[in-house]
Design a protein around this ligand. Sequence first.
Ligand code: PAF
Length: 273
Amino acid sequence: MKIFKDPAKMQKWCLKRKREGATIALVPTMGYLHEGHLSLVETAKKRGAQEVIVSIFVNPVQFGPNEDYEKYPRDEKADLEKCRKAGVTAVFFPTPQNMYLEAHSVYVEEELLSRGLCGARRPGHFRGVCTVVAKLFNITVPDFAVFGRKDYQQAQIIRRMVRDLNFAVKIVLAPIVREKSGLARSSRNVYLSEKEKSMALSISAGLKALKSSKGAMTIAAFKRSLEKAGLKIDYVECVDAQTLEGRSKPSKGCCVLVSAFAGKTRLIDNITL
Ligand code: PAF
């Protein structure tokens, strides 16, 4: 497994492999890898990529001033080991200094799908995500990139960026990976105490109930169940799965997205109906 820290060297190697005819898949991550990320690697391998590149970069530009950039969990050694075991062929591990040179002044901003949901609560977040993902696409020239459905809004925004800026990259979405309990896997789950973890289960349980109720269960009832479990709701919204426009009632073709705090930890999850 190759390890690159320097964007120029990573790019040179990817361009060479591309000229040699290799199919390149990119799995962009912020590290502290768990089974969710490894399932993205699996998806890339199954789709026949010869080079599966995992980028590991806690992107400072997508964190707000009061968010957890400094404290975001990191474990370089364990991540490399997991990548090796999973059959990743190259890891891109840049530093903030070599990704954002002094006086970096170009950013990518999506202006429609980023307005609501997480975008409304985390100003500048998707601008940071789009900028880094555009850079990663230019550096690794992938044929396709795999993203998780857990970050549903992010995935739709990246699709839009690819469409509107004509990136020659196919976006593949992989299903949410859950713990046995139903909790969606996230690097931020390490912040949760046992009590918070059990509170958090009301999110996946409620989403599941909402889906199986086929419209009988209301968003208001779902919200009450989250509050009863002790969570602080950031948002619960039912939106059109493509346009992310608000819908009054959960129905077929909608996505219900949740963001809620268990203690200080913000958790997100969603389900498509
Ligand atoms: O989903 C993530 O982990 C990040 O937002 C991403 C796509 C790797 C960009 O930093």
